[in-house]
Write a protein that binds this ligand. Structure first.
Ligand code: PLP
Length: 385
């Protein structure tokens, strides 16, 4: 009998524990106000809990259909048509996933062959690049313009090769809290026209767009929608990040391939949550009011930090606020975040964690999806800097 565990060649040799887990653990250890990891510290609407409880008691506790509970797919299609005037077929073009993370991985596994290139825009959400690696693809990192985080279409264009299979975009954008304009989306549409490049549009913060602006979903643009997997997450929209329920909308031929992978990955997503969400979505008010809800928190946080030595960057969407730390400290972003958590008692995330090369522009990210009292406690500490 051998007790030796066989040696393994890692599929993801570069990957360690994420910065979010590291900072959350440090915040807990130091008793710091955790504005690091992006999740609310308040509960969801009790009506949503009631709807899920009701679904469980009504016996919706066995496997859901592979593509998702029909009522939820219908509610999602109705919502997209109401907000972006694009009809998606409930049967063939909407799938319910175990959060946006699974949706993105599944889309990548469905479309990327070994050696294919996928363009990602740095700084980007941390799952994209490992996902591309798992599919045997090559991530081609193109930086957003430092300082403004605007897409640089000349750079994106220069990164396109005959091997480019897809591009991943994310607006509203984590971590920079910027949003793409209609003009940005049109430029992307023009760039991709006459190519076979697919689009993965990560729109998990779709309902957090501020100052009266409209979310420019890929669904609004014919030339983008025709090639796009549009990904969203109920975790973000309804304050239930722990439920891990997301959605994908895509044209039928793309969705058919997506579902082949989905079927043998999760197969289906938990049933009572889907029924509860389908019921809750009948009322559009909760998602239509979300931008105003988070705009008030953004404004509370920004006003609290006005006059401090942290320079506030524009925040036009998401529940994040980035600040420039150069007037406060000479430390690197990562060291500053450690120091801030330990010595000042507020956790933040360094932007360098979202770059392939660790680019340090002296900017850190705070999450303001917190109770007003939590935000006030953080403001009080940060104003002393
Ligand atoms: C840009 C972005 N995409 C995807 C996700 C993952 O969403 P989910 O929790 O639904 O998997 C997140 C979560 O933080 C995110 O910020």
């Amino acid at each position: 009998m051998t007790e030796r565990t066989p040696a393994l060649v890692s599929r993801l040799p570069q990957v360690g524990t994420t910065i979010f887990s590291v900072m959350s653990a440090l915040a807990a250890q130091c008793g710091a106000v955790n504005l690091g990891q992006g999740f609310p510290d308040f509960d969801c609407d009790s009506a949503l809990l009631d709807a899920v409880g009701q679904a469980m008691r009504a016996g919706h506790n066995q496997y859901a259909p592979m593509a998702g509970v029909p009522a939820l797919r219908q509610a999602v299609a109705t919502k997209i048509e109401a907000t972006h005037a694009r009809p998606y077929c409930t049967e063939a073009e909407i799938t319910i996933t175990a959060g946006a993370t699974q949706a993105i991985l599944t889309a990548i596994l469905a479309i990327v062959h070994p050696g294919d290139e996928v363009i990602v825009l740095d700084p980007c959400y941390d799952s994209y690049v490992p996902n591309i690696a798992l599919a045997g693809g090559v991530a081609v990192r193109v930086p957003l313009t430092p300082g403004t985080f605007r897409p640089d279409f000349d750079k994106i264009s220069a990164a396109i090769t005959p091997r480019t299979r897809a591009i991943i975009i994310n607006s509203p954008h984590n971590p920079s809290a910027t949003t793409w304009s209609e003009g940005d989306m049109r430029q992307l549409q023009d760039l991709l026209a006459h190519t076979d490049i697919l689009l993965i549009s990560d729109e998990v913060y779709e309902h957090m767009v501020f100052d009266g602006a409209t979310h420019q979903s890929a669904a609004r643009f014919d030339g983008l929608a025709a090639r796009a997997f549009i990904v969203s997450s109920f975790g973000k929209t309804f304050h239930v990040t722990g439920w891990k329920v997301g959605t994908v909308a895509a044209p039928a031929p793309l969705m058919a391939e997506f579902r082949k992978v989905h079927q043998f990955n999760v197969f289906s997503v938990n049933t009572p949550m889907q029924h509860g969400l389908a019921h809750y979505l009948q009322d559009p008010a909760p998602y239509l009011q979300l931008s105003a809800f988070y705009q008030a928190k953004r404004d509370l946080f920004r006003q609290g930090l006005e006059g401090s030595r942290l320079r506030l960057l524009p925040a036009t969407g998401t529940y994040f606020q980035c600040v420039d730390i150069s007037a406060v400290s000479d430390l690197s972003e990562a060291d500053f975040c450690q120091w801030l958590t330990r010595e000042v008692g507020v956790a933040a995330i360094p932007l360098s964690a979202f770059y392939g090369d660790g680019f340090d522009q002296r900017v850190v990210r705070f999450c303001f999806a917190k109770q007003d009292d939590t935000l006030r406690a953080a403001i009080e500490r940060l104003r002393k800097l």
